[in-house]
Design a protein. Structure first.
Ligand code: TRP
Length: 379
């Protein structure tokens, strides 16, 4: 596995298939060899987007490769395309929505196309238990969530791997031919017991980086907004892009939304600590009520000593999604530390906000059922 891999159980592991331990994002920047988002680059971004998006301002998106190059080309009149995706292993939770919301923002500001890959094949290959019927069911369900974020069919192209493999196949062959087994093994940690489908598979995640040229004739870079665990794919793809006559794909990387437990990212495999988009109000309430916070043993103690928002999962939801006003966020933090606001009050607020948000999302998700075909990539 990658160099950010674990020696023991508490240590950080960040690979495309596993994220555990306390994630040290500065260390990932060093080990993956990416660039932090610096003020100069942000000032440039701001010229195009107007006020910086909350996820940039708070460094939820914190690192990149070649964002500067993509902006330079854009300033000279060459547009980029956006590319991101989803492995349909189960229902979408609010952590998945974080980079999608940001992608939507970029699409709106830069008026670019989005290619969105749904990797039912990947999830089938890496999970011994899964079936293709199951992963394609989740492909459909997850696409509804993507559409509910607000993407428009005119410039959003969903690629369902098993349905659209004919479109990707020649590109995956070009890619696969130029990546050696030794490079793939050291980037992805393959072992003797790894099935051979999985070994080929990275070529399929690389292909949408280059699909725009095939569809339109335009050779422009792809900018990929995604969580940093996907970075190994982009490293191998960037190495071979120019040899194949394409631009290197650029990335902008985000953090993981923590789960509702003590530490760890939100993960669909731990449903009790994840808020799914389809969770009904009473389920949301129950999950939040059981969530880990930075509170004290008793209310009296907390009033006296204050609590610790830095370890609190609820505070993170305000930070990532639900308190857009930074002054109000600071005020919440201050009251928490001072013992002026107890966890119950904070939880009541977040339940109300979450349920309001999810209600709107579910309405849009229902409507998406009628228009989902309009998003399917056209040849
Ligand atoms: N491998 C990703 C996952 O398991 C899915 C994916 C495919 C993706 N292409 C992508 C994610 C591009 C981000 C960007 O979720």
């Amino acid at each position: 596995m990658s160099s950010a891999n674990a020696e023991n159980n508490n240590e950080m592991v960040v690979t495309p298939w596993e994220v555990k331990g306390k994630v040290d994002y500065d260390r990932l920047i060093r080990e993956f060899g990416t660039q932090p988002l610096n003020p100069e680059l942000l000032a440039r971004l701001e010229k195009h987007t107007g006020k910086l998006h909350l996820q940039i301002e708070r460094r939820i998106f914190f690192s990149h490769r070649d964002l500067d190059t993509v902006l330079s080309l854009y300033e000279q009149g060459t547009k980029f395309v956006l590319y991101t995706g989803r492995g349909p292993s189960g229902p979408v939770h609010i952590g998945h929505l974080v980079p999608w919301i940001f992608t939507r923002h970029l699409q709106e500001k830069f008026k670019t196309r989005l290619y969105f890959q749904i990797t039912d094949d990947e999830k089938f290959l890496i999970d011994d238990e899964s079936t293709l019927a199951e992963t394609s069911k989740w492909s459909y369900e997850n696409a509804l969530d993507l559409i509910a974020v607000g993407f428009k069919p005119k410039d959003t192209f969903i690629i369902y791997d098993t349905k659209d493999i004919d479109l990707l196949y020649d590109i995956t062959l070009e890619v696969a031919k130029r990546i050696t087994y030794s490079t793939a093994r050291s980037s992805f940690g393959f072992q003797d017991s790894t099935n051979i489908g999985w070994v080929y598979w990275p070529a399929i995640q690389a292909a949408p980086c280059f699909i725009h040229k095939k569809l339109t004739g335009e050779n422009v870079p792809a900018l990929i907004p995604a969580a940093i665990d996907q970075d190994p794919y982009w490293r191998v793809t960037r190495d071979i892009a120019q040899k194949l006559g394409y631009c290197k794909p650029a990335q902008i990387h985000c953090r993981f939304l923590p789960g509702l437990g003590a530490g760890g990212k939100m993960s669909a495999s731990m449903p009790e600590t994840s808020i799914f988009t389809t969770d009904l109000p009473n389920v949301v309430k129950k999950k939040i009520w059981n969530a880990f916070t930075g509170g004290r043993g008793t209310a009296a103690e907390q009033r006296k000593l204050g609590a610790d928002p830095t370890v609190c999962s609820i505070f993170q939801y305000y930070f990532f999604l639900f308190e857009e006003d930074s002054t109000k966020l600071e005020e919440r933090q201050r009251k928490c530390c001072a013992g002026e606001m107890l966890c119950g009050e904070c939880k009541i607020d977040i339940v109300a906000q979450l349920n309001k948000f999810l209600e709107g999302h579910r309405e849009r998700r229902e409507k998406a059922k009628d228009i989902i075909e309009e998003y399917h990539v056209k040849r």
